[in-house]
Ligand binder design. Sequence first.
Ligand code: DGY
Length: 316
Amino acid sequence: MPHKVVVTRRLPGGWVEELRKVAEVDLWEGESPAPRDWILERVVDADGILVTLVDRVDRELIDRAKRLKVISTYSVGYDHIDVAYARSKGITVTHTPEVLTEATADLIFGLLLAVARRIVEGDRLIREGNWNKPWSPEFMLGKEVYGSTLGIVGMGRIGRAVARRAKGFDMRVIYYSRRKHEEVDYEYVDLDTLLRESDFVVLTVDLNPETYHLIDYEKLSKMKRTAFLVNASRGAVVKEDDLVRALKEGLIAGAALDVFEREPIGKDHPLAQLPNVVLTPHIGSATRETRERMAEVAVRNLILALEGRKPLYEVP
Ligand code: DGY
């Protein structure tokens, strides 16, 4: 086999088998992520590596991998990779956008509905045996989604897919991003206006030095007290301690979160103590169909780059 590649996780669909047709594959078969030492040992003579977002691809790893031509991540996000350093060594870095857009937007909308209409709280109430009064006019009142204002931070693929869903709910959609996108028909506003006017603030930005802790106490205090924050991008876009404080102080009405500053979180995490918060375990792209498509794209990216051809998606 001309190429040697390291794959740090089993992937759904038969895509690792496809990869074996063109490369010698060193696959981590464990249920938990590949130990760092296992990866560091294997990359020494690898031409390519296929990683997931839990594998840190930093200078130490890149320096070890003297033959590396391509880093293919099985994710759209690439904040776990030192892209600039990889590029300085002539290594191509690829990712899996597009194929996960709709699944992620579905989850974001699900989170938004769940927190606004107190769906998880209601489910918990019944399971804990606390639905003990007949129907009443003011029981478990939530926030109306239909016709409300949705503020999207980041107007990339996922932001647009969320906006399309919002149109079905007759929502007013406003957005903030680094630049105005002339090709979309939604209202472009500055971040403060978005925070002030939105009933739902949805974060869909990448994590990078500019978006790290973008939403902190000061920003949260600009939101309406009746508004909700929804985050399925990366946990560190929100300063989590500040969010907990804002929720406790009633600065905002609630939050729905799929991502956290340090994952996984446990039941003792401060966010898990708050009733007006919906939590999911980083499952934005977790549908069978999407995860198989991600595997296909990650493997194809790897093979194309190994063959010196243009991958489907090089990170921007
Ligand atoms: C990604 O791809 O970056 C998501 O967080 C997981 O699919």
